[in-house]
Design a protein around this ligand. Sequence first.
Ligand code: GRF
Length: 196
Amino acid sequence: MRLGFMASGRGSNAKAIIEACGSGTLAATPVLLISNNLNSGALNLAKEYNLQTFHLSGQTHPDSDELDSAITQTMIDNKIDLIVLAGYMKKIGGQLLSNYKDRIVNIHPSLLPAHGGQGMYGMNVHRAVIESGEKISGATIHLVNEDYDQGRILGQKTVQVSKQDTVESLAEKVIKVEHQLYPETLQKIISGEISL
Ligand code: GRF
C-alpha cells in the first residue's frame, strides 16, 4: 500500500507512521508528502526520510480548483493508494474526494463526535475538553468526507483527564496516543481487519 501524506505543521504523526513503515510494524510504503506550508516541519521531515515532497498551496495555485486538481494529479501520478492527513489544516477539495472516495483518513485529537467540526483544531479541542469537565479524552481516526470530522470512525484511543491537567498537559497525553493509534489503525486497514 502506497501512502501519500498531507500535512501543514510539525509532522509528528507523519514521522510515527514513516518510522512504523521502516521498522516493519506497518506494511506500507510512504511515498510522498504534500504541504500547503513551505516552512512546515512536516516538509523537512519528509525530505529527511527521502519521501518526495510537494509544496502546493494558494501561493502556488491561487485558483482553488486548480490547486485541488494539482493535488489530485500528484496523488494519481504517484499511484497513491491511501491518503493520510496528518495535521493538514485546509479543506479537502471535491476532485480529491471523488477520486479517493473512502481512501482518505484523518486523525483528530478528541473522541469524535465530541469536540469536532469547524474551528475545532489544536489547543481549541483540548481547551473545550477541559472546560467541559470530561474525565476521558483521546484521539480518533476517521474517513474524510465533505463535512469536517464527520466521516466513519475507524479507531479511537483514550486518555484519562485528571483534575490537574492543563490544556498543554492534555495535549501531550493525546499526541502520545496519536502516535500509537495512527500506525496501528493503518495496519488494521492493510490487513483487512478494518474495511474501508
Ligand atoms: C494532531 O494533534 C492531529 O490530531 C491534528 O493535528 C495535529 C498534528 O500534529 N489533526 P503533528 O503535525 O502530526 O505533530
